[in-house]
Design a binder for this molecule. Structure first.
Ligand code: NDP
Ligand code: 2IT
Length: 444
């Protein structure tokens, strides 16, 4: 089947999965050239095999809430591709979770993991369980119920889950605890664990730090210094917090953060002390970003995203499709010259077109946010060796990996006129490695 026919086939076979179609469409739109250079790919129907997940587990999760009521949610694990290593990817707990979203995420993860230089296949899982407003005890019971089903499908050399939206250190701890009880082994089948029980230093920071390291690489190609640049960040969870932390240490000025209710705009910039407040607010009290505006007397805009605020650099770090065409045009009109994606697929296809048309520095999530899963890969290595590395060691490896990913983007994405199309670069580099591995392993 030809690359352009595959998308039609997916739409026919899997209707009502728009996010999945969107992610596949973006990749297929950029790999056509290399695909056509390899007739053996088409002969073995490679694209179709690469776009459809290897397998999907779906299950009911039953748990009891604090009022004694029995609740059910859906749980899933999408094992997309393991051509280059064990399935690897996060778990998302959010009311919006469905198979379209998890299939897009698992598909993206396959290419992202390929870019990291580490041997990891792609997967994603999760549940439509919403952690919002749940007590700690409810979270624990839900995690235990979820893993009671999931544990049979995962293992240190099979499939290694981690965190994503709604799943951080606390949830990974509860899931790993239950996993160990059922599997009776201590081999680290989860990453993002606490450092006392096999977690890696720098894993919590890795996605945000890694995104800033990637941004620095992009800025270097233009001789631009990050110092004093105005940055808008969305989200206020794991990725956003450590993006802001690294930006602050480098002297950039972060003026926005958000959550699903709205965003805050702080014209003086979020400094270390204010970020500490946000971390406590979000990670300990599980509060709303609005409370920042109340505490520091700054603007809060309910029900909106921060892309209308003037900035040099935008770092979307909340969720998919959070920058649409209008948002992209607003960013560009305000002089934004770089967008580096902490979230997965935060820009719609129309927004991406705008960025590429304007020839700004635009890093897609599968390149820019790969630091998280990279340090997850390093956590797997440490677990296998039964030892742990220092923060400096892990941070240096993270920097090296992000620089390597940037190099791969330059290699495959530099156009004849010199503009670097990071979307094409990341997709082609990620694709070629998986494609070659699949070809070498036969028709499966
Ligand atoms: P968190 O749950 O820690 O934080 C998510 C943040 O985004 C919260 O502020 C949340 O607000 C907001 N948010 C979530 N969903 C929506 C929505 N539908 N609309 C508006 N705001 C929303 O998740 P992470 O920081 O881990 O993940 C953020 C993004 O980064 C995701 O796209 C994820 O896939 C991606 N990512 C995460 C990695 C990781 O290692 N954790 C690695 C690579 C990418 P609220 O609190 O109101 O829900
Ligand atoms: O989207 C992602 O890369 C993640 N949520 C992290 C996955 C992982 O296995 O660390």
């Amino acid at each position: 089947m030809k690359a352009n026919e595959v998308l039609d086939m997916l739409k026919r076979r899997f209707p009502n999965e728009p996010e999945y179609h969107q992610a596949v469409s973006e990749v297929l739109g950029t790999i056509e050239e290399v695909y056509n250079e390899h007739p053996e790919f088409e002969k073995s129907n490679l694209i179709e095999r690469l776009c459809i997940p290897d397998r999907i587990f779906s299950f009911r999760v039953t748990w009891v809430d604090d009022k004694g009521q029995v609740q059910t949610n859906m749980g899933y694990r999408v094992q997309h591709n393991n051509a280059i290593g064990p399935y690897k990817g996060g778990i998302r707990f959010h009311a919006s979770v469905n198979l379209s979203i998890l299939k897009f995420l698992a598909f993206e993860q396959t290419f992202k993991n390929s870019l990291t230089t580490l041997p990891m296949g792609g997967a994603k899982g999760g549940s439509d369980f919403s952690p919002r407003g749940k007590s700690n005890a409810e979270i624990m019971r839900f995690c235990q119920a979820f893993v009671t089903e999931l544990w049979r499908h995962i293992g240190p050399d099979t499939d290694v889950p981690a965190g994503d939206i709604g799943v951080g250190g606390r949830e990974v701890g509860y899931m790993y605890g239950m996993y160990k009880k059922l599997a009776r082994e201590n081999t680290g089948t989860f990453t993002g664990k606490g450092i006392e029980f096999g977690g890696s230093l720098i894993r919590p920071e890795a996605t945000g730090y890694g995104n800033v390291y990637f941004l620095l690489q992009m800025l270097k190609t233009k001789g631009i210094d990050i110092k004093d640049k105005v940055v808008t960040v969305s989200g206020s969870g794991n990725v956003a917090q450590y993006t802001v932390e690294k930006l602050i240490t480098l002297g950039a000025k972060v003026v926005t953060m958000s959550d699903s209710d709205g965003y805050i705009y702080d014209p003086d910039g979020i400094d270390r002390e204010k970020l500490d407040y946000i971390m406590e607010l979000k990670n300990l009290y599980r509060g709303r970003i609005r409370e920042y505006a109340e505490k520091y007397g700054v603007k809060y805009v309910p029900g909106a995203r921060p892309w209308g605020e003037k900035c040099d650099i935008a770092m979307p770090s909340a969720t998919q499709n959070e920058i649409n065409g209008d948002d992209a045009r607003a960013l560009l009109a305000n002089g934004c010259f770089a967008v580096s994606e902490g979230a997965n697929m935060p820009s719609t296809p129309e927004a991406i077109d705008e960025f590429l048309k304007a020839r700004i520095l635009y890093a897609p999530g599968k390149a820019a946010n790969a630091g998280g899963v990279s340090v997850s890969g390093l956590e797997m290595t440490q677990n296998a060796q039964k030892l742990s590395w220092s923060a400096e060691e892990v941070d240096q490896k993270l920097k090296d990996i992000m620089a390597n990913i940037h190099e791969q983007c330059l290699k495959y994405g530099t156009q004849e006129d010199g503009y670097v199309n990071y979307v094409k670069g990341a997709n082609v580099a990620g694709f070629m490695k998986v494609a070659k591995a699949m070809m070498a392993q036969g028709i499966l």
